[in-house]
Design a protein around this ligand. Sequence first.
Ligand SMILES: [Fe+2]
Length: 454
Amino acid sequence: MLVCNVDNIVFRGRGGGSVVLVDSVTRAGGSVIAHRRSSEEPAVGATGPSRSPADRALTRATSRQATPRLAKFHVPEILFGPGSLSEAAHAAVRLGARRPFLVTDPGLCAAGWPNQLCAHLAEAGLRPTVWEGVTPNPKDHEIAAGHVRYLQEGCDVIIALGGGSVIDAAKGVALLAGNGGTILDYEGVDRMGLPIPPMVMVPSTSGTGADVSQFCIVTDTARNTKITILGRALVPDVSIVDPYLLTTMPDWLNAATGLDALTHGIEAYVSRAHNPLTDHHALQAIALVGENLVLTMDHPAEEAPRTCMAQAALEAGLAFTNAILGATHAMSHQVGGLLDLPHGVINGVLLPHVIRFNAAAEPHRFVPIAQALGLPGDIVPDSDAGAVEAAEWTACEVRRLADELGVPKGLGEIGVTDADVPLLATMTLADACLSTNPRGADAADIETLFRAAL
Ligand SMILES: [Fe+2]
């Protein structure tokens, strides 16, 4: 039995009583039960002049809500903008680096970005150890090997330059450097007790949000699943978001990570742990993906859409690391662990089904999401029936976008079989992300969702 306290999602209502929306995740016999001490209060965000679809959606949503509450918001120092890669060396120096450990992967090395970063580090008087032993969906043994290399080289500050897999591997090495043991020891929430080395993250994709998040996702190669490690210590010290780095992504990775960012925004917005600060970033991310992801596929060299997607990924990351996620990610982690497939592609297949499942219990929360994605004027969501229609339009719009990006129609096309479903469902129930899904789900519900997505 494992009991994980999710104590960083605590809110205080106007009446002064502290409430914990999801105060514990109790795992027993492979099941997770999320306990709620109080009913969820409506969120409140800023109102006032607004122009973007996200702002308009947020204003409409919050104008009907009136109960403020306190919210905790974790965020690294962020440097954002074309050319900001050069700031990584200064950031490392400020964090006390003498021997930085640079985590990257062979694809990034071929693109030339690590060499460019090493030149900046050399200018700052730093001689990094470069470790590129990471594969997509980073494996437990890879992180162990990285930790050995980190110790052998006597490194201090950790820098990651890459996508979510590289960044998660870097976090795993940092976690082991500070706490010892094996990475699988830390599955769950806040299980690391000791400080970890400073971290500077430089994302090369527009989707994962790992550069700002308190998540570390690692493949458990013995169980063929992904484990979720969650803890405020994993929030990096500095995130450097340079849209130029996105221009060397292959199209499939751009599509997959963009869909991941969209999923982060939607799951964070409807999460049981959402709050006014996360709502703003979630809707902004959703709108930016809706407006720019396809543009980056059609016009990959154009700077403006790339910069917007970099911002979308960043804001989605800020939203989900504080609001946590939902059933799409809880299910996706299991499929990704079983089949070593791109995380964002799996999300793109699952998300419309999870939207319909959640909206069946509470459709109104999906109205601002629909509006951020450009809900057509002939759908008027000011009634229960209208909200249902808007939520269904959202599910269809996500699928339409996935179709435009070439995402498979179902999990069956990427190798999942009906025989896999019971085990996938059982393992989904043990994923920390399920605890903040807005609608409770048992094994039968999850199996039904997996079969609908086949
Ligand atoms: Fe994700």
